[in-house]
Design a protein around this ligand. Structure first.
Ligand code: NAD
Length: 268
């Protein structure tokens, strides 16, 4: 439904069309894509909870009205505590963004199982912890949706990230199956696959793997994208929020690639 009310005679489209008093929760909200998503959601009037792993993860400057929660998504008890605070303050949860993740780099023969478990616990088990804990609240919403943030590495990948890519591929499968489980409840579940995005995770990877000149490496990654640059966190946040919003009411079980054209390109 388009809001054609106007203050100066011009057509005004409400951003993303979230109903009044919609409630959202974004994990990994202290930085990067999660912070951009939580900030934009709060700016379009959604009551937004931002979940961070430790209290100090909260950014000093926040341009929205984000309500902060602290929990390690790999720990079900901590997730339950965070969700119970949302339940105390609201009757339902309308939009869940499962975004928190970690990455460890190594060639496949050198992957430490402890690193693999760490990535699985955060990137995959974290999603199931959130779903298990938040589902009763999501079911109370009139139009709930979930967006998980995977990676283009789920589909087309590179060296040194076999463990991370595995967690992200599994997450895409989990989302598709979840959409089938929850369709009858009217809950949509979708997944976004970002390419290279200018966040602390990407910069840490560049610093670790190319310590002699990480900025040059990031520029090179950018040039390899058809758009000629890496993406800004807000560009991914827009896709996440679109999928979670009533504008995407017919979309569930879908994967949305936001990669500046990277995966469309043959390396010829
Ligand atoms: N930056 C990229 O190029 C890129 C590309 C593809 C996918 N992604 C994905 O985008 C999402 C956001 O990453 P980002 O790039 O903004 O990086 P980021 O490191 O800035 O954000 C990840 C956030 O998750 C939090 N986190 C990590 N473990 C946690 C845990 N156990 N519990 C709660 N919070 C935890 C971190 O503290 C951090 O704030 C991730 O799922 C990542 O895999 C990023």
């Amino acid at each position: 439904m388009v809001d054609i009310s106007s203050t100066k005679g011009e057509l005004r489209l409400p951003l993303f069309n979230f109903p009044k008093n919609s409630v959202a929760l974004v994990t990994g909200a202290g930085s990067g894509i999660g912070f951009a998503t939580a900030t934009l959601l709060s700016q379009v009037g959604v009551i937004t909870y931002g979940l961070t792993k430790i209290a100090d993860d909260k950014p000093e400057i926040s341009h929205g009205l984000i309500r902060w929660l602290v929990a390690d998504v790999s720990d079900r008890d901590q997730v339950d505590s965070a969700i119970s605070r949302v339940r105390e303050e609201h009757e339902s949860l309308d939009f869940l963004v499962s975004n928190a993740a970690v990455v460890r780099h190594a060639p496949v023969g050198d992957v430490l199982i402890s690193d693999l478990k760490y990535m699985l616990d955060t990137n995959l088990i974290g999603y199931f912890n959130l779903m298990g804990s938040a589902l009763p609240l999501l079911k109370k919403s009139k139009a709930a949706s979930v967006v998980a943030v995977s990676s283009i590495h789920a589909q087309t990948t590179s060296r040194m990230v076999s463990g991370y890519a595995a967690t992200k591929g599994a997450l895409v499968s989990a989302v598709k199956a979840s959409a089938l489980d929850l369709g009858a409840d009217g809950i949509r579940v979708n997944v976004v696959l970002p390419g290279s995005v200018d966040t602390p995770m990407l910069r840490a990877s560049a610093n670790l793997r190319f310590p002699e000149n990480p900025d040059a490496q990031i520029d090179e990654w950018g040039r390899s994208h058809p758009l000629g640059r890496i993406l800004e966190p807000e560009e991914v946040a827009h896709a996440i929020i679109f999928l979670g919003s009533p504008m995407a009411s017919g979309i569930t079980g879908a994967t949305l690639i936001v990669d500046g054209g990277l995966s469309a390109k043959l390396a010829l």
